[in-house]
Design a protein around this ligand. Sequence first.
Ligand code: NAD
Length: 246
Amino acid sequence: QGRLDGKRILITAAGQGIGRATALACAAEGAQVIATDLRAELLDGLDGMRTELLDVTDADAIARLAADLGDLDGIFNCAGVVHGGTVLDIDDADWAFAFDLNVTAMMRMIRAFLPGMLSRAQQSGSVSIVNMASMASSLKGFPNRTTYGASKAAVIGLTKGVAADFVKQGVRCNALCPGTVDTPSLRGRIASAADPVQAEKDFIARQPMGRLATVEDIAPMVVYLLSDDSRFVTGQAMLVDGGVTI
Ligand code: NAD
């Protein structure tokens, strides 16, 4: 028996990294997974799942998908982007894009899918939304992560607002706050550094456990938050950071 048996769960950015690992973990626990991503080719190989193209910055596409899919038991809003630099380096367009993708798109996903989730919650008693934040947010500051940290802090605020408004209607909403995770996008940030070897050492050095997280270190927390095991947990920023914020 799986911990997500019978639950319909949609995941954004499910093509690679944390989203993909979570899609696989949810399916292994019995969920009917709807795996979505901006890039169709990345959805190949997700056997047994329904796959859908979805650019979460496209408001019309979100509305169409919500109308098409109907009621869900869970959503993992995973899509996000990382910008580097201090406040002095911020380009207005990058700032706007970060908030559009990391925050506004998440709000639109919740706004579009929540009515269906509320009717599902009336039958099952419980539905769950998990929003991707980060340890780099309101929880901790990091050098060269001002745009990113501000946007991920907003994710925590969005999460708490949704949790507070719908707690009496069977909706739980939590934020996931990982440490540094070995994913394709992290590899890209390392490769584009002036000294990639040093950059990788620096990322590892800030993790007290002496290693980067794997995507398999992160996915179980999402499974937990989407499952009824976490039925008394809502409005929380769940850190999975290998001890960075000890
Ligand atoms: P990644 O960045 O390697 O992959 C991102 C995925 O998002 C890709 O499949 C890409 O196609 C998809 N994507 C990009 N733009 C999209 C859009 N507009 N609509 C839909 N999909 C889109 O994956 P990752 O490193 O696992 O990051 C996933 C999330 O985890 C992000 O929100 C990121 O901020 C967050 N996060 C990552 C780390 C880390 O160290 N890797 C740490 C904390 C939080």
